[in-house]
Design a protein around this ligand. Sequence first.
Ligand code: GDP
Ligand code: IMO
Ligand code: MG
Length: 421
Amino acid sequence: MFTIITGAQFGDEGKGKIVDMMACEYDVVARFQGGDNAGHTVVAEGKTYKLHLIPSGVLFGARLLIGPGTVMNPGILMEELAMLSENGVEVPPSRLGIDAKTSIIMPYHVALDGLRESKRAVKIGTTNRGIGFAYVDKVGREEIQMADIADRIRFLQKLDEIAPLKENAIKEMGGDPKIARSEVQEYLKIGQRLKPYITDVSKEINQALKEGKKVLAEGAQGTHLDIIHGTQKFVTSSSTVAGSACAALGVGPTKVNEVLGVVKAYITRVGEGPLPTEQKNETGEHLREKGGEFGTTTGRPRRCGWFDMPLAQKAINLNGYTSMALTKLDVLSGLDPVKLCTGYELDGKKLDYMPELSHDVARCKPIYVDIPGWHEDISNTEDFTDLPENAREYVQKLEDLMGVKIKYISVGPGRKQTFMK
Ligand code: GDP
Ligand code: IMO
Ligand code: MG
């Protein structure tokens, strides 16, 4: 059984919570793209875990894998392992495997990310974690991989070849070229500590599937931040859609059984880029405050708006979702009416699907239908039939318009605040 979970919007849909909820039934949970730009929150037994690299199945017994399509900052991983250990969660090599080919984020990637962003006239609003520059080096065939930092000679040889290029690039952008060769000893030390974790992720997953085990692929970021299909240039540097899980984990597409899309009952975006239904008003404030919409990785306030159906339709096509998890329905309590964007107006034409170009998305005027709101606190609801009638109507309308079954409904950050529709 192979299930892929991705975010259907611009990230922060609640993937961490949904993966944690499902992980107890899975044998393997794997991250396939992105790096520590991701911030996945799991709230369990009164504790909040903010995970950036370790798959959100960590609180259950599943084998955790970090695939070769990810970009990994080893220092951040060590911090995360320490944080988990402080909370009584040990993650030895028997629990976690890191692919030998995983790209390593180097100090120069982080420096270049910051320098480049500071010089952009039109900013992207990156998380400043060096993600884009690490992927540039993967495509440019100048990456340092997990296996390299675990091998002193190979690491130093590779760095000798790469560092002069980075020194020049950093100097050109007005930074300190010394960064190119900084933290070498730290990386080597961490490399030794992580050596026992090195594995072949594709081999492990294919073997698990042959044995009839259940494998969950955990997406990071969201569909519309995809490097190929997203709202360029306001995107991340990896492919975030479900198909990318197969390519990045080395599992054939014939093995996929289920693709679950995580979608908020409204929408948020952190960083720059078009967001047609954005509410820069009291509604936006309500969503931000009640939904705790502040970045898990950067703490930045997230931009908030009404649910955007044309955008959801594109996500459904791009991922081939077989079902959806609807999160944060509780946050809409107290908004009356609840508005749902069913289409756009662009250059005098009506559209029911997101335009291909970011430039056009930015010019779209949303067309809304009003749905009567509800005022009850629904965060302790345990069954669909116990929701207020108007909340049920809203969910039903979303499901009908999406044309994909809503399997789970989440009404709070906690594990128990989820039920099947
Ligand atoms: P991810 O990046 O997709 O894993 O999402 P984040 O963890 O960055 O952001 C989602 C935030 O919403 C986290 O703080 C979660 O604890 C919280 N959350 C998840 N589901 C719900 C929900 O149904 N209701 C509320 N109120 N909060 C939720
Ligand atoms: P999770 O997995 C929301 C956004 C950044 C910026 C753009 C590019 O928690 O959903 P990057 O640092 O990746 O080069 O930044 O992408 N971004 C996210 N937004 N959730 C995320 O991850 C994100 N990861 C990156 O804000 O706009
Ligand atoms: Mg997040």
